[in-house]
Ligand binder design. Sequence first.
Ligand code: NAP
Ligand code: MG
Length: 406
Amino acid sequence: MTEKIKVKTPIVEIDGDEMTRVMWKMVKDKLLLPYLDMQTEYYDLGLKKRDETEDQITIDAANAIKKYKVGVKCATITPNADRVKEYNLKKQWKSPNGTIREILDGTVFRAPILVKNIKPFVRNWKKPIHIGRHAYGDVYKNQEIAVPGPGKGEIVFTPSDGKEPIRRTIQDFAGPGVLQGIHNTDQSIESFAKACFAYAFDQKIDIWFSTKDTISKTYDARFREIFNSEYETNWKDKFEQAGITYFFTLIDDAVARIMKSEGGMLWACKNYDGDVMSDMLASAYGSLAMMTSVLVSPDNYFEYEAAHGTVQKHYYKHQAGEKTSTNSMALIFAWTGCLKKRGELDNTPEVGAFAQKLEQAALGTVENGIMTGDLLEVADENPNNKKVNTEDFMDHIKQNLDKKLQ
Ligand code: NAP
Ligand code: MG
């Protein structure tokens, strides 16, 4: 065995729950620690620990990412009423992802992991379509009224400085109906724009942004204006040098063009568009377990994770002593994404090169037909395809990696 590769700066390691917690340890023990001399700042966001610390551990983890700039996170349970009972919790703690996102003011970007023998359902998609969703405001933070009968529906803004309120009639109702008020803030849209440009520049891919500004001439137009100004002020020169472009179009035009494209861009989406389109992309590319996710803050903090949850059903089988066939690709790619970024910031290309080899070893394993159950269902048919269990899948990747490192 050759000498271990040194990772200069500690990595913020955020552990989680259930089956992903089980796989997290396997990934570290089998695929990382034998090769890397790596320190981590460890935060246990397992539900028990969050309950013990009154969720302070989540806040500490987010602040650690601010300090070190790069972290990697396992999937965590967002407790509901059932989980409160199951874990005997003090209360129904908030989603850790939400808490971390708020502290870092970050945007979540997702991208599929492509292998040759799993074809996207859209046949001309050759490269990953990355998606960035603005996760603040609009219909997700609205007020709604069920209109009982005839009357006037209005929208009113009352300035804090005592000036005249601004008032508009939305509809003079002749009978029952529904009414909704939504908002966004310049600050949140600016952070979103900054994160999108930072991500696209980091990945060296074009960015597409789409709204419905022909219809929504003030609200959606504000998004277009802020993106435009952020681009002109901070990115135009950098983008031109890198040979990448910023493209704005209407959401319906974007949808039509995306279907005919070969992929390979970042698609920046407003909150609702991103909610809908990210699920469409995940299923069109094959599996949620083949989807990476990274939280990028406008201050250039990065938190890498898998797009899927804790795979609860598999965990109960595992606890019952049964073998599962759970896919660790997205978790492995969370680690490699984190290591590549760490290597880049530390100026240690050997760390990035190791991460690259680990990715190739993982992709090669699936391309050789060694698969977990979820992949077997969507892969091209081949008599050599073989379903393996969670642990054997990682052992195959390790064998592949050892060959690449020789
Ligand atoms: P999930 O964990 O993503 O799993 C849903 C289903 O998708 C699984 O039952 C499994 O299908 C399949 N699947 C997902 N990941 C897989 C993998 N790596 N390998 C193989 N199959 C995989 O979603 P969930 O069951 O709705 O949520 C479970 C818990 O995760 C919840 O407590 C939720 O709060 C949490 N969650 C956390 C995050 C996060 O931290 N990022 C995100 C989402 C959800 P089959 O059972 O058919 O095999
Ligand atoms: Mg959705």
